[in-house]
Design a protein around this ligand. Structure first.
Ligand code: FES
Length: 575
């Protein structure tokens, strides 16, 4: 392998600033690393560069044509101007051409004020559109329970298509037809609910306009808040690390206490913490893993907290479903306990309780409708939807005081906090499994190897003389590679964590954009900080969880625990 030395640095000038890049860098990469923002639609640092939108054009001294900075490699000595009068004029023209075909119903668009098209139009001071475009007039596709598709707002940047096909390998949507009639749609013009869509919402995150948005449940929740029902909210581990961003707080600001107060102000009677259910999930999952590991049966075992991954497995790898843990997700565990254990405790008919789950993920809207969870959770609001609800209710989020979660379903450990980032579920499970296998309170296992942002990472952890080989992947394209390996009988692993979204739940389809590496790293750090500040950092030591087992569930892994906390999977057909 060639060693990189100083000679491999490339010097160039951008906007009169001398900067350096490395071979393979494009102009936009070096500009951004040096704090120079260049408008772009079709470029994304995790996807192949296609140079379609031409918004990122820049001027290079000595070159006649303006060039797309997202797919032009840097060269020694080039002099670049990213915002010259010529560039700005051409960029304005490109924007006007995009706007000419757009429906321009901004005020009534769900992405109003957070749309990139709107942002760039404002920055470029576009007041007139000189071209007469042909507007699309298609009915929006509302067939999916998670995602709404409105092609009239699409600018054909293809980010959604590439994330769905190249990164997630789901192939639910693609470019159909030609010329002006080109549009993004499931194959054969089918509705979204007939496609292979796994509801992960990564297309929603990628979409720079309002063409793909989450299916809103806000009005349903407002109606419920104004009913005579008993309203309970549960909040997933990652929400506390991302909700603040929707109110202008710095990325990675934990807002646990404000979030609880805000939900109380909105009118919820009780606010419970999904983190408690994450601890219970780990207790059940570790029990299940140790049994399988000892019996050498159905290994590798795969985590099942992520509903998009579960649907992906049920559609594409239905012969391998026995590898999945039978544990419900933390969301589904707490929903089950609220409508049984808690309802009995407060002597309420579960039908008089409305449970709203605050989740990072559009796929949770699909999960609560699975027949096996029928009658449990009533609504899912994503982080972005919760922020919209609070804004609609004029809750002044930033100035709120902190409150604590309600009990008996509000106490959690550090292990549960890290569920929200890639590698967190595995680390939490191993903290418990390692103690139980070794019979000791272990303190010094190093989990750094599974904490990085690499989309596939593995580690061999020695526990009580046994070597446990684990693997953590995020994004479904990586999951597909692991599943192919399992199908061929070649998997070297004992335990696998799969999350559909890049970064795990902090990068979920219901989280505020952008989902770049920098943002996700800060959100991860926020969750790690929460974990490190906790007195109790292992799930099996959660006093509330232990009490619930004693009072209601019986032994860890008991029959009743199985009935209420586990589930099953089956082959799913699509198209
Ligand atoms: Fe470069 Fe679209 S971002 S061409």
């Amino acid at each position: 392998m060639q060693r990189r030395n100083k000679m491999s640095k490339i010097k160039l000038t951008i906007n009169n600033m001398e900067v350096e890049g490395k071979p393979g860098d494009m102009i936009i990469d070096v500009a951004r690393r040096n704090g120079i923002e260049i408008p772009h639609f079709c470029w994304n640092d995790r996807m192949e560069r296609i140079g379609a939108c031409r918004l990122c054009i820049v001027e290079v001294k000595g070159m006649q044509k303006l060039i797309a900075s997202c797919c032009t490699p840097i060269k020694e000595g080039i002099v670049v101007n990213t915002h010259s009068p010529r560039v700005l004029e051409a960029r304005r023209t490109n924007m006007e051409l995009l706007l000419a075909n757009h429906d321009l119903n901004c005020v009534t668009c769900k992405e109003n004020l957070s749309c990139k098209l709107q942002k760039y139009a404002e920055e470029l001071m576009i007041q007139d559109i000189r071209f007469d475009g042909e507007k699309r007039t298609e009915n929006p596709d509302d067939s999916s329970v998670s995602i709404r598709r409105d092609n009239n707002k699409c600018i054909l940047c293809e980010q959604c298509v590439r994330v769905c096909n190249d990164i997630q390998t789901v192939y639910a949507i693609g470019l159909q037809k030609r010329g002006f009639h080109t549009k993004v749609s499931p194959p054969f013009g089918l509705d979204m609910n007939k496609s292979a869509c796994v509801n992960c919402g990564q297309c929603v995150v990628a979409c720079p306009t309002g063409a793909l948005t989450e299916k809103s449940d806000i009005q349903g929740v407002i109606n419920a808040l104004n009913s005579d029902k008993y309203l309970i909210a549960q909040t997933a581990p990652s929400i506390r690390a991302t909700l603040g961003e929707c109110f202008g707080m710095p990325v990675g600001t934990p807002v646990t206490g404000k979030m609880v107060t805000a939900l109380k102000e909105a009118g919820f009677h009780q606010v419970f913490d999904t983190d408690l259910a994450a601890d219970i999930c780990i207790i059940e999952e570790a029990t299940e893993f140790i049994k399988r590991f000892k019996e050498k049966k159905d290994l590798p075992m795969i985590t099942t907290c992520c509903p998009a991954w579960i649907k992906f497995g049920e559609q594409f790898f239905f012969d391998e479903l026995h590898h999945m843990s039978s544990c419900r997700s933390p969301q589904a565990i707490l929903a089950s306990l609220i409508k049984t254990y808690y309802a009995e405790k407060i002597k309420k008919n579960p039908k008089d309780i409305i449970l709203v789950d605050i989740m990072p993920c559009t796929a949770k809207k699909f999960e609560i409708l699975r027949p096996e969870f029928s009658g449990e959770a009533d609504y899912v609001l994503t982080t972005v939807e919760l922020a919209k609800l609070l804004k609609q209710l004029n809750v002044d989020f930033s100035s709120l005081k902190d409150s604590k979660f309600d009990n008996p379903l509000g106490e959690s450990t550090g292990a549960a906090a890290i569920f929200g980032h890639t590698g967190g579920v595995m680390e939490a499970a191993l903290r418990t499994a390692a103690d139980w296998i070794s019979g000791k309170d272990l303190k010094k296992i190093d989990y750094k190897a599974i904490r990085s942002m690499d989309t596939m990472k593995e580690a061999e952890i020695e526990i009580g003389g046994e070597k446990v080989k684990v693997c953590v992947v995020h994004t479904l394209g990586e999951a597909r590679k692991l599943m192919e390996q399992i199908k061929e009988g070649k998997s070297p692993y004992h335990f696998i964590e799969i999350m559909a979204c890049y970064g795990g739940c902090i990068g979920g389809g219901g989280q505020p954009p952008p989902h770049n590496k920098k943002t996700l790293a800060k959100r991860t750090k926020a969750l790690i900080d929460v974990d490190e500040k906790m007195d109790v950092r292992k799930s099996h030591k959660n006093p509330s969880a232990i009490k619930i087992y004693k009072e209601y569930l019986g032994e860890f892994g008991s029959k009743r625990a199985h009935k209420l906390l586990h589930t099953h999977y089956s082959k799913k057909d699509y198209i």
